[in-house]
Design a protein around this ligand. Structure first.
Ligand code: NZQ
Ligand code: ZN
Length: 389
C-alpha cells in the first residue's frame, strides 16, 4: 500500500423525506443568500423543487434560481451562474439534481471568488477556494455528491475536462433514494454502469498488497450486480434503490481507492464520446470499459482472474487463467446488455470515422500517456476505440 491522505468532510443525510431538511442544513453550513441550481426540468415536474423552496422559506433563507443545466454540463451556463452569484451576493449554492447539476454548481462555486477565467481550473489549476455547496441528489451515478471533482464541457471545441480540489467537496449532501424512482430505466442503468466503472478505475492497479480496498471494491460490485436488476424490474424498489445510491457515493469519494495508484484511462476515453455525441456518460462507459479490459488484460491476468472469480462467480481455471479472466469480461458484457446498456459504437450511434478526431483530442504524445495500469499511447487509444466498434 502506498501513502495517502483521505479527506471526506461532507455531511450526508440519507433516507426518505430528507429533502425537507434542506433549509436546516443550508443554515447550519452558513448559507444566507443561495443559488438553487437545477437541470432540464425533472425536479420541477416531480415537485421536488417546490419542496426544497418550502424548506428554505421555513428557515427564512433568501434564494435565487438558475435552471437549465444540460447533461454533460456546458461552460456557457457556468459563466452565467458566476455573473449571477456576484451580482446577487450569493454565498452558498444548492445543487438539486444529478452529477451534471452538481458539477455545474461546483464550477460556478470555484469561479465566483476567482479573478481569472474559471476554465483555468479545467486546464490543471487546483481549486483552492470556492463558495460552499450543498446537494440534493436525484440520480445514483457520478458520485459528485461526495467527490472533490467536477466535469464540464467547453462549447468551443466541445472539450470535456475535469477540475479538482478539496474545496469542491460539498458541505452536505441529501440522499433520498425515493427521488430516484422517477428515473427512466436507461438513466438508472447508465448511472449504475458509471458507479461500477468508478470501482474498476481503482481496482485495476499495479500497487501490491491492497487487500482491504480490493475487498471493498468487490463488495460494491457484488451489490450492484444484485441490486441493479431489481430496480430495472421494479423501479419503485426502495431498498434496492437505497443500496445503489449509497454504493454510488462510496464508489467515488475515494474510500475504496486510497493507498493505490488508480487508472482512469477509461474515463478519459469515454469523455471524448460524450463530448462528441452528447451520450450519457455511463452509456459511453458501457462501450469503453469492456474494450479497455480486453485490451489491457494480459498486463495482469491474475488480477482479472481474481475479479472474475470473486465478483462474477467464474470457476478458476488454474491451467489457463486467461480463460478465467476473459470469462469475467464476458459476464460483465452480458450484465451490461441485460440492463439495457449499449456495448458497441454502433449501438451508441458513434462513428468509426470520428476515431482519429477523438484520439487527437486526447492530446497524447511523447510526454503524455493515458492511465496508469497500462500507460496508453495514441496508438493504444485508437486500438481500444476500434475494439469497441
Ligand atoms: O436535467 P433533468 O431534467 O433533471 O434530467 C436529468 C438528465 O436528463 C435526468 N434525471 C436526473 N434525475 C432524475 C432525472 N430524471 C427523472 N427523475 C430523476 N430523479 O437524468 C439525466 C442525466 O442527469 P445527469 O446529471 O447528467 O446524470 P449523472 O449523474 O450521470 O451525471 C453525469 C455527469 O457527471 C460527470 C459525467 O461526465 C457527466 O457529465 N461525472 C462527474 C464526476 C464527478 N464530478 O465526480 C465523476 C464521473 O466519473 C463523471 O465523469
Ligand atoms: Zn464516471
Amino acid at each position: 500500500m502506498i501513502n495517502f491522505t483521505f479527506y471526506s468532510p461532507t455531511y450526508f443525510v440519507f433516507g426518505k423525506g430528507t429533502e425537507k431538511e434542506a433549509g436546516h442544513y443550508v443554515r447550519r453550513f452558513g448559507g444566507s443568500k443561495i443559488l438553487i441550481h437545477y437541470g432540464g426540468g425533472s425536479v420541477v415536474r416531480s415537485g421536488l423543487l417546490d419542496r426544497v423552496k418550502a424548506s428554505l422559506d421555513k428557515e427564512n433563507i433568501k434564494y435565487i434560481e438558475l435552471g437549465g443545466v444540460q447533461p454533460n454540463p456546458r461552460s456557457g451556463l457556468v459563466y452565467k451562474g458566476i455573473d449571477l452569484c456576484r451580482q446577487e451576493g450569493v454565498d452558498f449554492i444548492l445543487a438539486v439534481g444529478g452529477g451534471s447539476v452538481i458539477d455545474s454548481a461546483k464550477a460556478i462555486a470555484a469561479g465566483v471568488p476567482y479573478d481569472g477565467d474559471f476554465w483555468d481550473f479545467f486546464e490543471g489549476k487546483p481549486v483552492e477556494k470556492a463558495l460552499k455547496i450543498g446537494t440534493i441528489l436525484t440520480i445514483a451515478a457520478a458520485g459528485s455528491e461526495g467527490s472533490g471533482d467536477t466535469v464540464v464541457t467547453r462549447e468551443e471545441g466541445m472539450l470535456k475536462r475535469g477540475a479538482h480540489g478539496e474545496a469542491l467537496r460539498p458541505s452536505f449532501s441529501i440522499l433520498n433514494p425515493e427521488l430516484t424512482q422517477t428515473l427512466p430505466a436507461y438513466q438508472t442503468a447508465a448511472g449504475a454502469t458509471d458507479i461500477m466503472a468508478h470501482v474498476f478505475e481503482r481496482y485495476f492497479t499495479n500497487t501490491k498488497e491492497v487487500e482491504i480496498t480490493d475487498r471493498l471494491c468487490e463488495a460494491i460490485l457484488l451489490t450492484m450486480i444484485k441490486e441493479v436488476p431489481r430496480v430495472i424490474a421494479d423501479p419503485n424498489n426502495y431498498e434496492a434503490r437505497a443500496n445503489i445510491m449509497w454504493a454510488g457515493m462510496v464508489a467515488h469519494n475515494n474510500l475504496v481507492g486510497v493507498g493505490r495508484v488508480q487508472d482512469w484511462a477509461s474515463h478519459a476515453l469515454e469523455h471524448e464520446l460524450s463530448a462528441l455525441y452528447d451520450v450519457a456518460h455511463g452509456a459511453g462507459l458501457a462501450v469503453i470499459v469492456p474494450a479497455w479490459m480486453t485490451y489491457v488484460m494480459k498486463h495482469d491476468i491474475n488480477r482479472f482472474a481474481q475479479l472474475a472469480v470473486r465478483v462474477w462467480g467464474v470457476d478458476m481455471n488454474f491451467a489457463n487463467p486467461e480463460e478465467t479472466a476473459l470469462e469475467g469480461i464476458n459476464r460483465f458484457k452480458q450484465f451490461l446488455k441485460s440492463i439495457g446498456m449499449p456495448i458497441s459504437f454502433k449501438e451508441l450511434n458513434a462513428r468509426e470515422e470520428d476515431i482519429p478526431l477523438m484520439v487527437d483530442k486526447l492530446g497524447l504524445g511523447e510526454n503524455r500517456t493515458l492511465g496508469n495500469f497500462v500507460k496508453l499511447t495514441a496508438r493504444d487509444a485508437e486500438q481500444i476505440y476500434r475494439l469497441a466498434l
